[in-house]
Design a binder for this molecule. Sequence first.
Ligand code: TNX
Length: 538
Amino acid sequence: MIKTVFIRSLFFLSLGLVILACQSEPEKPRILMPETDLATVSLIPKPVKVIPTNSAFALDQFTAIYTSKNATGFDKVGEFLAEKIKAHIDLDVPVNGKKANTVERVIYINQSDSLELNAPEAYQLYINQDSIILNANTAEGAFRGIQTLRQLVPNVSNDTLAAQKIWPIPSGKITDNPNFGYRGAMLDVARHFFSVEDVKKYIDLLAYYKINMLHLHLTDDQGWRIEIKSWPKLTEIGGSTEVGGGPGGFYTQEDYKEIVRYAQERYMTIIPEVDMPGHTNSASVAYPILNGNGKTPKLYTGMQVGFSTFDTRKDTVYAFIDDVVREISEMTPGPYFHMGGDESHVTKKNDYIHFVNKVEKIVQKHGKLMIGWDEVANADIDSNAIAQWWASEENAKKAVAKNMKVIVSPANKAYLDMKYDTLTDLGLHWAAYIPVDSAYQWSPEDYGIPKENILGTEAPLWSETITNISELEYLAFPRMIGYSELAWTVPENRDWENYKVRLADQAPFLERNNVNYYPSKLIDWKKSKYTYETIEKD
Ligand code: TNX
């Protein structure tokens, strides 16, 4: 009872302190107050609808999480939330009665069959003074919903209102559902290798922004990064170097399964790519019988593209591909297999079409939907194959004419390896310079591809110029955060001026996770509402 009274007064007290904060001398440190208006909390991606009720839920040591019984995966979602709250503000929130002491307020993660939620990733959040109810049809929807809730937890507690610390969460209602079901990022682990730990860190950051697809570019001229038991030299020889001549590396099948498991726990699908018939020098060095460019293959550590090809008329090549697709598909629960198909400049056109047709059959035989870069739309493939549009509008049109779905990844807007501007050391700029505003100011719907043909969007990060996680982060952040909004939020709800303020508020999250983000001058990062003092890694 006493608590309820004080929570009621919390909003007004907070308001008073905010006013005080605004009147303080400019050079004094700002008084740091948690947000009390749900409408102005910096959520990314922006939800469909937010209705504030100008009060607050007091997250504190008397809060507990409960999840629907007999609803698959909901308990794990509750535990994931508790773990993240612990890492963020060092508060223990018991889940489903484990270790619970006095419980005065609950966060209830509820399985609901409501028609409104009849989409796998839809969720609703009702935040009241003494309860937070997260409704979702599926655990996947609940998982997306707790990302929103994580973003609502203030970085600093209010220590003046009660004996215990309180982290006020502004009250109101959020209804949400993504515009696109495919919201992807791609990481090139072939040009430079990235460890399982690096990939996990990227997955964690992506999941916070509701990205649900991670495409791994596992093979290229410079390196083969996935163990194939029936063709062991692929990694022994083909995985032994990288761009610039470094040691390269590869994932054992156990490593790959661990990445898949980790992603799955975060409701993220791993999409494996084996790029062919071009971009195959590393495979041909390991097994020269595969080679079709007439030259003796040698390990390659440069950055050129388009010089390699498989021999598309040899049965051994298809027997090889069958083994590779089988072994990888067996470890991949997601529905997709990406066969590359880009920049096969030394494969004759007829051979290329013959090759893609045959590979599509192999991919289908192993139970997967084939994705290929936009060039594959030139082959006679099924409408259930997917084209990833990166360069050619003509190819995108061909894909639409075949009624294929398209993943929208225009290089001049969505390529994370493009430099921000002329001063950026890392990255390339063959497609464009992509500053943070230009990365955000476009729509996947802008390119003449009918909405029903758009599967979603993806932001590829090619790794010719990046050698470690810190460099990866510099190119990916903050642009990747904007891409998450382009994929999740409908165009009517997107606006650069509004977004850039919400982006500024991501600094505390990025900093406590040691993300080496590019501090673009277009963003007033100092507008972040919180200090970083009390922040720990989450
Ligand atoms: C083009 S995009 C490529 C990659 C390079 C990238 C560098 C595509 C399908 N192919 O091989 O790494 O440019 O930006």
